[in-house]
Design a protein around this ligand. Sequence first.
Ligand code: ADP
Ligand code: ZN
Ligand code: ZN
Length: 743
Amino acid sequence: MEQWILKVALDTPLHTVFDYRWRQASGEAPPEIGQLVMVSFGRRDTMGLIVELATHSELPPDKLKDALELRRQLPPLSRQWLDLCAFAADYYQRPLGEVALPGLPKNLRAIKPTALDKALKALDKTPKPVAVRKTRKKAKAAVLADNASASVAPCAESPEAMAAPVHAAGLAAEAEDSAHAPDSTEHASGSELYFGVAPQLNPAQQDAADAIAEARGFTPLLLYGVTGSGKTEVYLQAAARILLRDLDPASGKLPPAQILILVPEINLTPQLEGNIRARFPNLEVVSLHSGLAEGERTRGWLAAHTGQARIVLGTRLAILASLPHLKLIVIDEEHDPSYKQQEGLRYSARDLAVWRAHQLSIPVVLGSATPSLETWQHAQAGRYRRLELRQRAAAQAVLPKVRVLDMERDKPNDGLTSTLVAAMRKRLERGEQSLLFLNRRGYAPVLACDACGWISNCPRCTAFMVLHKPERRLRCHHCSLELYIPKGCPTCGNIDLQPLGRGTQRVEEGLAAIFPEARVLRIDADSTRLKGSAQSAFDSVHRGEVDILIGTQMVAKGHDFKRLTLVGVLNPDTALFSHDYRASERLFAQLMQVAGRAGRAGPSEEGNPSEVLIQTRYPHHPLYGAVTRHDYDGFAGTLLDERRQAFLPPFMYQALLRAEARELDIALAFLQDAAHCLEHGGITINEPIPMTMTRVANVERAQLLIECESRPALQSFLKDWMQILRQMKTRARWSLEVDPVDI
Ligand code: ADP
Ligand code: ZN
Ligand code: ZN
């Protein structure tokens, strides 16, 4: 019997790995790094991850526990994956186990392996998809077929031999055909090898796809393309070429390559997933996001982990998926705030993607019409390669005409100016769709009493309770407290309480009065609470069953609405005067994105151009001027100059220490102590301050901002600082965020 010491990472806040003993019976395989192992910890059994093997432990033998069980049926996680987790743990100052374990599907970590075994079995049985179609469209479609016949033949390959069989002769013939087709000479680079029928790329798209597919080694690329410029098509065709690279025409074996595509929102995955599946009918495509049922999630994760899934489409959490053959990472809409996790391990999926690409020496594509200033600055400095798509892709599609409507001159009724109403009426007459964007859900942000001045403050937060009329509730959007709408003023009894301001529900109500015949649909977090309801709402828009769509930022992103020719923006002004230095960057991106939903399929049949109308009280604000001109470059340049002068990111690196307690003084006192506990040359430690929203759910919150011009210097300070803070006695709960975005 041989004895091992397993160094095990566990999902606990303790910054250490734990020693366990493993007695290897004769004839039994030794434990492996990257294996999951069941251990008893405190009073419970829990799943850990073996991160190191040793022969000796510092623990006295009577303190050393035996590990309970190895999950041998799961192929071990790779060294590279462990390194990724270790990097994230180190960079964000969290224990390794808290990074590595929560990202694994629950079924993998369950005490009983029943669900895991079932998922592994199902994975083995999955028929490898093979082509059944034999269509051929000149150079544009080549079809890969099973090498024996063109019928679907389930074959149970082991995870290692995942290479999907390809009809070698057929493929070669297709390639040959296309090489001789008169209009396909520019495809000699190999882009003719599509799996499904793909549109011919325009020259700018082709250059971008070439640059991605031909990149060797670590190559960060910014795909800067206006809305509707066909970035998705570039990703897919570059992906196809990377998957087919090193294809051995003799055996027809597809080399084991995987592509990871990240999108900001769950509700964007089904549309893209459908497109990808249609494009790659021969390959396994899986989605990874938090909206999946546990079984699906386990299956998808395993398909990625074994290499069986060639394309993984996911939200930010997918950046931590195990992908042994990763060859390309794509971050679509890379500027989107959803790539930042805002609780627990507060990581940036975009930043981890770049690190991962560096680790694996592969290209990473960051796509956006409005890149984050961080990414833009990297591109300006030549660290990222910039690829540009300046025009929309669909035939005759051009960017919409953007106009600013002065609300002082054209006074709104029910929140809508007469110009906007007239423009909507025209769309109704022509059978086209309009979209109204208002980033405020609910009916009204406040309910108030004119008689005594009472307003609907949340009793637990520094915030108003929002009036939700259809639900007949007051709701706090911060602590989720719900109250019935009071019949009269709680202070003076006045029964005539007034809603102040306007949310999506109130606009929806107004629309019903102005356009009684129109089919109006509201899409926001309230209307899409039920699983699947967001999807079915978007489907009905795509099917043309909606005339007027009203929504929050949920509708502003990514969607390719083909019949939409008018976008109205209501009430964007509040962000102009925010304390948050990122507010104008965000507002600008939001407006450019929502404007980008209009006119994507080209002008209407009568040749009418698409329009974006922004209602504002500040028609001359430079931000709106830049949106009107579609001038991202100019606006980004101005913002970067401001940031440079004000010593703000991306010219400065920041970390934020947050503390919360029942009493504000306790939180502030802890931050004061923290600010003075360590020498800090080159690091700026600001004064502790209460957070803007000081109280949430009866907890008082404060923060301390740390800044440094050098990232390594900040990192090394944080490391030492955290060690001291972890020893400090305080009643405050605290957490550190590296590269905070909301401060
Ligand atoms: P983006 O992601 O850049 O906003 P999409 O990828 O959604 O844009 O593309 C916008 C529209 O243009 C889609 O309907 C897409 O099918 C179409 N499209 C993309 N590339 C081409 C092309 N080369 N020829 C014709 N249509 C295209
Ligand atoms: Zn009152
Ligand atoms: Zn509240």
